[in-house]
Design a protein around this ligand. Structure first.
Ligand code: ZN
Length: 366
């Protein structure tokens, strides 16, 4: 059985306009490219194609998510506002959640893409799957967009798995460099979803993602935040996987694991200050594959989130997909030198952060 790859060219047509970095152009900002543009994701797909890997994967064509599926996570009035804005000239649905003309249909396709990946994995059509979709989703809240995200793709797919497919416990492991605040909010008081986020401490949203944020009510302990200091590399991330994430998964015993696979903790990302290499992303994926094999019959789905280095992201994504599939594209990573840079090994202040997070594992619902 092959690894599934969800891809639809139309998701690359989501138009975030002519900003500079994440800011709108205007004033003294000369129009340039918005960070969340198609290049990173399209270049990953191109690399998969050029190396011949795509042919060895099972390419899955997504369908749009239905409004009912989206409304398991979002308020209907918000969904309708996105549709109205998208039918016109677009605008901003919240904090840097840009809607272009047609973005509504594309955002439905992105959420539907993660649903497709989940369904194919649950059906055993594929062994596991990678949903290469945009716009990303993990910042979106029930009633507003945030951080380039319109609909919570992963949260919508998790609810689909539970409501339509009879899956009980689901774990989300979000290693996007930014806090997965939207996913956290969607499952805040829900003990059936373990929402783990590894992120750069205090990056985005600022003031969000502290270890003290652990869920509430019956969901207390099922939110697990692992903020890591800026500058963290392979050593810190693998320590966090080994000492926090995998033990938490073992305690929670999910029936499905979904990776919110942001690649912006890579060492060249303009929106993060971490220094992961492609190989490190591959090692992290291998850790979760192993956990999924032991805990939930290998049921593992990765959904693309952020990642803004058009040069580096393709290699990081390739490493994740190689790990998922067990295939070797035969590519010498031209950016592997980041692994030789100082500070890749676990540093004392990073170890303190990992150990503090590890103490939260005993609070995860068993
Ligand atoms: Zn991000």
């Amino acid at each position: 059985m092959a690894t599934g790859l969800v891809w639809h060219e139309r998701t690359m047509w989501h138009d975030t306009g002519s900003g500079a970095a994440e800011l709108p152009s205007g004033g003294w900002i000369e129009p340039h490219a918005h960070f969340e543009n198609p290049a990173t994701k399209r270049r990953l797909k191109n690399l998969l194609d050029a190396t011949g890997l795509t042919e060895q994967l099972t390419v899955l064509r997504p369908r749009p998510a239905t409004v009912e599926e989206i409304c398991r996570v979002h308020e209907r009035a918000y969904v309708e506002r996105v549709a109205v804005l998208s039918a016109g000239h677009g605008g901003d649905m919240g904090d840097e959640a840009i809607v272009g003309n047609g973005s509504y249909e594309i955002a439905l396709l992105a959420a539907g893409g993660v649903i497709r990946a989940v369904d194919a994995t649950l059906d055993g059509v594929v062994e596991n799957a990678y949903a290469l979709v945009r716009p990303p989703g993990h910042h979106a809240l029930s009633d507003r967009g945030m951080g380039f995200c319109l609909f919570g793709n992963v949260a919508v797919a998790v609810r689909h798995a539970q409501v339509e497919r009879g899956v009980g416990r689901v774990a989300v492991v979000d290693w996007d460099v930014h806090h997965g605040n939207g996913t956290q909010a969607a499952f805040w008081d829900d003990p059936s979803v373990l929402a783990i986020s590894l992120h750069q401490d205090g990056c985005y949203p600022q003031g969000s993602g502290a270890r003290e944020e652990r869920g509430s009510g019956r969901g207390e302990g099922a939110t697990l935040n692992v903020p890591l200091p800026a500058g963290s590399g392979r050593g810190a991330y693998l320590a966090a996987l080994d000492q926090v994430v995998v033990p938490a998964l073992e305690r929670f015993r999910p029936e499905l694991i979904v990776i919110a696979c942001g690649l912006d903790a890579g060492g060249f990302d303009p929106l993060g200050r971490m220094q992961l290499s492609a190989a490190a992303f591959g090692e992290m994926t291998a850790r979760l594959l192993d956990a999924a094999a032991r805990l939930c019959g290998g049921r593992l789905v990765a959904a693309h989130e952020g990642g803004y280095s058009a040069d580096h992201v393709p290699f990081c994504g390739l490493a994740v997909i190689e790990a998922l599939s067990g295939l070797d594209a035969g590519v010498d990573d031209p950016f592997a030198y980041v692994d030789g840079q100082g500070g890749q090994e676990l540093q004392p202040h990073q170890r303190d952060a990992v150990e503090a997070a590890a103490r939260l594992v005993e609070g995860v619902p068993a």
